[in-house]
Design a protein around this ligand. Structure first.
Ligand code: ZN
Length: 419
């Protein structure tokens, strides 16, 4: 069902018809809508907030009496928007985002996503602040307070148990991260992006001696402070989960299995702004980068029986002796070297993008609101060379990197239980 609301731009008064795709989420959370005035001479940006307690009306908006405005803007809180239907000038009839998606994806896939979102809204959304709230309790080592906060989740997971130590609290926290990852993931993500790496890593930890895994951890520790990484990861995952509803349109792609970047069709996202995506991208990229030696070393162990020997030692990794030498390479070159490393290449491909990261780090990006295209000027002191991605694609990269951070967090706990 689509709800029509007639508003006026705050600045120039252009009447706009907002078309909101209604679904279960409207009754769950404040729906933030970032509106860009479509009048080419204005371009003002403003936010409308929808709250079910007030019905499906914006918290504040300037009503327009015009019932046939020239501009229509379509929004959906759970689905990506197809750019053709974002602005319709003088169109009398338009398809809803939902029906438009039906021309690209099969109906079973779309309805599967609907069912999946219902589960997310019921079983994940109510606990979205929990990861963050547990951090100070874990830091203080307050087992009783931790147990009290976790009780609902543990009942939900049929995992009710009495906690008696801080270590057990860390295990339960990790279990919660692991179950979040399972909730957000999909069979396609498992089989194409993450599953093989995660499986190999866990197999490595189980099948190799304590001494071998300890030797790998010693190399990882030389470049990364593990304790600090864990704390940073907890803070990042806590804040990510807190606003994860902004990534619901991204989860659509994960669920229908369309994870490749870039997307050939112009999809857009209206639940999150470019600065928030960039902040999340940088944090998840850096966390993954700082812990990259761990999955690479564990996969080496699984494939060559030695964490220092790469399966592509005679090709991509030629001339690089061992993991420590690999660690010293510049980030862009690391990805280059891994290009012929089957499973790891798939794990990072398209998402672990150092050009996007550099553009953000140099504060040298240009965002076009009408197309949602972002230009990343990734070279220092070079205002000519850029690589372009759509905001929805950068949001997908961010989401996949965040799933990887969850996986590494779980792996670290598995390791520390062994060592
Ligand atoms: Zn305007």
């Amino acid at each position: 069902m689509v709800h029509n609301i007639y508003i006026k731009c705050n600045t120039c008064g252009t009447p706009i018809r907002l078309r909101i795709q209604l679904d279960g989420s409207i009754y769950k959370y404040d729906l933030p809508i970032h509106v860009c005035c479509p009048n080419p001479n204005c371009g003002d940006e403003f936010d409308c907030h929808f709250n079910h307690k007030q019905g499906v009306l914006p918290k504040w908006f300037v009503a327009s009496e015009e019932d046939m405005p020239n501009y229509s803007i379509s929004y959906s809180p759970q689905l990506p928007i197809f750019s053709n239907i974002k602005y319709g000038v003088g169109q009398a009839f338009m398809l809803t985002p939902f029906i438009a998606l039906g021309t690209f994806y099969t109906l079973p896939k779309i309805s599967h996503f609907g069912a999946y979102m219902q589960t997310i809204l019921e079983e994940v959304y109510p606990y979205r602040t929990l990861l963050k709230e547990l951090i100070p309790i874990l830091k203080k080592g307050n087992v009783m307070a931790f147990q009290k906060k976790m009780m609902k989740i543990m009942e939900l997971e049929n995992n009710k148990r009495d906690l008696s130590s801080v270590k057990e609290c860390h295990d339960v926290y990790t279990d919660f991260v692991a179950s979040l990852r399972r909730s957000f993931s999909s069979p396609e993500y498992e089989s194409n992006v993450s599953g093989v790496v995660l499986e190999k890593c866990i197999h490595s930890i189980r099948s190799h001696s304590k001494e071998e895994t300890q030797a790998l951890m010693d190399v990882v520790k030389r470049t990364t402070n593990i304790q600090k990484w864990k704390e940073d990861a907890m803070r990042y995952l806590g804040s990510f989960l807190e606003h994860s509803e902004k990534y619901y349109p991204v989860m659509f792609f994960i669920q229908v299995g369309d994870i490749t970047i870039p997307h050939t069709i112009d999809f857009m996202i209206d639940t999150i702004d470019v600065d928030s995506v960039h902040a999340d991208f940088s944090k998840s990229f850096n966390l993954l980068n700082d812990m990259l030696l761990l999955p690479v070393g564990l996969c080496n162990m699984d494939l060559t029986e030695d964490f220092n020997i790469f399966p592509n030692a005679t090709t991509g990794m030629k001339g690089i002796n061992g993991l420590s030498e690999f660690a010293k390479l510049p980030d862009g070159l690391k990805i280059e070297k891994l290009r012929d490393y089957g499973v790891i290449e798939k794990y990072l491909a398209n998402y672990f993008n150092s050009h996007v990261r550099n553009g953000i780090a140099h504060e040298n990006t240009i965002f076009y609101t009408d197309t949602q295209m972002v230009e990343y000027y990734y070279k220092m002191n070079d205002d000519e060379t850029h690589e372009d991605y759509r905001l929805i694609d950068v949001a997908i990269m961010t989401f996949v990197n965040t799933l990887h951070v969850m996986e590494l967090f779980v792996l670290l706990n598995t390791l520390s239980n062994k060592l």
